[in-house]
Design a protein around this ligand. Structure first.
Ligand code: NAD
Ligand code: DAU
Length: 335
C-alpha cells in the first residue's frame, strides 16, 4: 500500500511523514514537494533513510510530474502543499492562486484518474474569517475569508467539495488552527520570536498585539490527521484546534518568560493589512466522531519547542541564512 503526500518537506507535512513512516512500516510514503523556500529536506533527516520513504521533487501544478509520481493503486493523497504565509500573500497573491487553487485542482484531476482511495485536503481555520469576541468557528458556518491566502484556501476547498459532489470522489477537508512546534520556518510568529529572543533581537508585534490565535502543537494536529484519514467520513469537514485562543502579546510574554528574556524586546510595528482579530475553531464534531482531543498543554508545548530550537541552532542558522536550500543538490544531485 502507498500514500502520496504533497508538501512533505514543509513544517506540518514533515511532522506527518516523520510520524507516519515509522508507525506504518509496510506502507510506502511518497513525498511530492517542489522544495520552494518553505521546503526544507533537513526536516526529514530522521526518516530519509527508511525504505518506505521516497522523495519526488515536483510541482503540484505540473500534471505530467504528478501523474508520473503518484503510485497506481494509491490509497490516499494527503495534500499539504501550499503557499502558507499570510504576509507573503499580501505582498503578492498570484502564487497563492496558482499553487493553492490550480495545484489542488491538478491533484484532484489526477487522483480521480488514478482512482485514489481517499483525498485528504488540509485547509485552515482562516477560511471562516475573523470571529467576534467569544465566537467559535464550526464546520457548518459560512466561509468568509479575509486575506488573499485565506481566499485561495477557500477556493481550493470549493474545488474539493465540487469533485466529491460531481464525481463521487472520497474527499475529506480538515481545518486546523495555528500550529507550532519544531522545524517551523522562522517567518511565522513563534519560530521568528524564539530565534530573535535567543539572539536578543527585537520581536515585531503587529499593531496592538491583541489579535487572538488558537494554538495547537503540530504533533497533536498530525495525530488528528491520521485519525481523520483512517476513520473520517467521506465528504465531511473536520476541525482541529487547541481550544486555546490567546492574544499574541500573552503568547510572546510567556515565550520571553520561558527564554528568560526581557519584555523590552517586544517592539510594536505597523499592523498587517486587513489583520483578522480572532480565530478559534470549535472541534466538537471531531471529538465526538473520532474521539480526538489535543493532548499537549500550550505552556508545555511551548517549553519543548523553545528547547528544540535551542538544541538545533544549526537548523535555525541554516534556515535563516538560506543554506538549507543547497541540501537537495548535495544529497540528491544527479538524480
Ligand atoms: P509550509 O509553508 O511550511 O510548507 C509548504 C510545503 O509545500 C513546502 O515544503 C513547499 O516546498 C511545498 N510546496 C509549495 N508549493 C508547492 C508546489 N507548487 N508543489 C509542490 N510542493 C509545494 O506549510 P505548513 O505550515 O506546513 O502548512 C501545510 C498546510 O497546512 C498548508 O496547506 C497550510 O495552508 C495548512 N495550514 C497550516 C497551518 C499552520 O499553522 N502552519 C494551519 C492551518 C493550515
Ligand atoms: O490559523 C491558521 C493559519 O495560521 C495558517 O493557515 C497559516 O498557514 C499560518 O501561517 C498561520 O497564519 P497566521 O497569520 O495566524 O500566522 P503568523 O505566524 O504569520 O502570525 C500569527 C499572529 O502573529 C498573527 O496575528 C500576526 C502576528 N504576527 C506575526 C508575525 C510574523 C506578529 O505580531 N508579528 C510577526 O512578526
Amino acid at each position: 500500500m502507498s500514500i502520496f503526500v504533497t508538501g512533505g518537506a514543509g513544517f506540518i507535512g514533515s511532522q506527518f511523514i516523520r510520524d507516519y513512516v515509522v508507525q506504518n512500516p509496510d506502507e510506502l510514503v511518497v513525498n511530492f514537494d517542489a522544495l520552494t523556500y518553505a521546503g526544507n529536506l533537513e526536516n526529514l533527516d530522521p526518516v530519509a533513510h527508511l525504505p518506505n520513504y521516497k522523495l519526488v521533487k515536483g510541482d503540484i501544478c505540473d500534471d505530467q510530474a504528478v501523474l508520473a509520481a503518484m503510485p497506481d493503486g494509491c490509497a490516499a493523497v494527503v495534500h499539504f502543499a501550499a503557499e502558507s504565509h499570510v504576509d507573503r500573500s499580501i505582498l503578492s497573491a498570484k502564487e497563492f492562486v496558482v499553487t493553492n487553487v490550480v495545484g489542488t485542482q491538478t491533484l484532484l484531476d489526477i487522483a480521480r484518474h488514478k482512482k485514489v482511495g481517499r483525498f485528504l485536503h488540509i485547509s485552515t481555520d482562516e477560511v471562516g474569517g475573523s470571529m467576534e469576541p467569544g465566537q467559535w468557528f464550526t464546520e457548518d458556518m459560512p466561509l468568509n475569508p479575509s486575506s488573499p491566502y485565506a481566499a485561495s484556501k477557500t477556493s481550493a476547498e470549493h474545488m474539493v467539495r465540487a469533485a466529491a459532489h460531481t464525481f463521487g470522489m472520497d474527499t475529506i477537508i480538515t481545518r486546523t488552527s495555528n500550529n507550532y512546534g519544531p522545524y517551523q520556518f522562522p517567518e511565522k510568529l513563534l519560530p521568528l520570536a524564539i530565534s530573535n529572543a535567543m539572539q536578543g533581537d527585537p520581536i515585531p508585534v503587529y499593531g496592538d498585539g491583541l489579535q487572538e490565535r488558537d494554538w495547537i502543537h503540530v504533533a497533536d494536529n498530525c495525530r488528528a490527521l491520521m485519525m481523520v484519514l483512517a476513520k473520517g467520513r467521506a465528504g465531511e469537514t473536520y476541525h482541529i484546534g487547541g481550544r486555546n485562543p490567546l492574544p499574541n502579546l500573552d503568547v510572546l510574554r510567556l515565550l520571553l518568560k520561558v527564554t528568560g528574556r526581557p519584555e523590552s524586546l517586544l517592539k510594536h510595528v505597523t499592523d498587517r493589512l486587513g489583520h483578522d482579530r480572532r480565530y478559534a475553531v470549535d472541534f466538537t464534531k471531531t471529538t465526538r466522531e473520532l474521539g480526538w482531543n489535543p493532548e499537549i498543554p500550550f505552556e508545555d508545548g511551548l517549553r519543548a519547542t523553545v528547547a528544540w530550537y535551542q538544541d538545533n541552532q544549526q537548523w535555525v542558522r541554516r534556515a535563516r541564512s538560506g543554506e538549507y536550500r543547497n541540501y537537495y543538490e548535495r544529497m540528491y544531485g544527479g538524480r
